[in-house]
Design a protein around this ligand. Structure first.
Ligand SMILES: [Fe+2]
Ligand SMILES: [Fe+2]
Length: 314
């Protein structure tokens, strides 16, 4: 797995995750200098005095260790937030975690993500009422990380209301969270473009399922490798009109994600060049693709049923 050789910027709000890692900062003259060695915590008085620093960095050699360290911190925060009253906090943490992870998926950054999803599935099974809120919260800043978190929440809701086993829910939840991981290798100006893309540009975006497949297959962990199927198939259609392969035989994970991914994208306000639809209008639009034989009817019914139940319990 390759490692990016550049200094890695760290958000100020995340500094406390990096107690075990040396941190660096940029001096006024532009040099990058050691800020604290590994093992020094941010409660140390010597550190709190250096209040005017704007940019912190991690050495490229510590990249993987830093992602693991941040994920440990995020996972333990998620556990606390799962039992707390504030769902938006929980979702913020998850989005932060996914953003951090997206920074280096080929370098091994996904290793702890199954643990995150397991925690969420267990937490959601114990408290189904938090599920509906989790799926409902909208953010202004629409990113792949947020979209992925939303698709995961909707997928876990679908599994819950269609009575899939906890094991099945974990697999689908993880595949949902990682389905667009290949977008990390598509130029971000194309993902953010607020204009209609040229055919050539759209072809580049259409490579993300295959990139995602490659990335997830790099992992030793069985559950991450299994999520690769969802990544490569989530834009396939049952009539062969999808991409990248134009397959007609699509796995259950691929068929579920095709519907939920589409629903999430069209109900969200902040996608470039799109106008958000209401849940009902979105379902009507997706039903047209079901009627054309592109999407799975049974899964569509189950998903619509799960959304109705989110509503009823709110
Ligand atoms: Fe996608
Ligand atoms: Fe997606």
């Amino acid at each position: 797995m390759s490692t990016n050789r550049k200094w890695i910027p760290v958000r100020k709000s995340h500094l406390h995750y990096y107690d075990d890692i040396p941190l660096y900062y940029r001096t006024p003259s532009g040099n990058i200098t050691l800020y604290k060695p590994a093992g020094m915590t941010f409660t140390d008085e010597s550190l709190s005095r250096k209040y005017s620093i704007d940019e912190y960095f991690i050495h490229p050699e510590n990249r993987l260790q830093s992602i693991e360290s941040a994920q440990r911190g995020f996972n333990s925060e998620l556990l606390k937030k799962l039992s707390g009253p504030d769902i938006s906090e929980l979702k913020n943490s998850l989005v932060d975690l996914v953003e951090e992870t997206l920074s280096a998926p080929r370098a091994g950054g996904l290793t702890r993500i199954p643990q995150t999803v397991n925690q969420m599935v267990t937490g959601f099974s114990e408290r189904p009422n938090i599920l509906k809120n989790f799926a409902k919260i909208s953010f202004n800043d629409y990113t792949t990380a947020l979209h992925s978190a939303n698709v995961m929440a909707l997928t876990i809701g679908f599994c819950y209301y269609t009575s899939l086993s906890e094991n099945e829910t974990r697999k689908l939840g993880l595949a949902a969270l990682l389905h667009d991981i290949g977008k990390t290798e598509v130029p971000s100006h194309l993902l953010k473009a607020s204009r209609r893309l040229s055919d050539e540009e759209f072809e580049k975006i259409k490579q993300h399922p295959a990139f995602g497949f490659e990335i997830l297959k790099l992992y030793r962990e069985e559950e991450i490798r299994e999520a690769a199927l969802g990544a490569i198939e989530h834009h396939e259609k049952l009539d062969g009109s999808g991409y990248p392969e134009g397959k007609q035989q699509i796995s259950f994970i691929g068929r579920v994600l095709a519907i939920i991914d589409c629903y999430e994208a069209i109900t969200n306000d902040d996608r470039p060049y799109r106008t958000a639809l209401s849940p009902l209008n979105a379902l009507e639009l997706i039903k047209k693709d079901v009627d054309k034989g592109q999407l799975d009817r049974e899964i569509f019914r189950g998903f619509a049923y799960s959304l109705t139940n989110f509503k009823k319990s709110s």
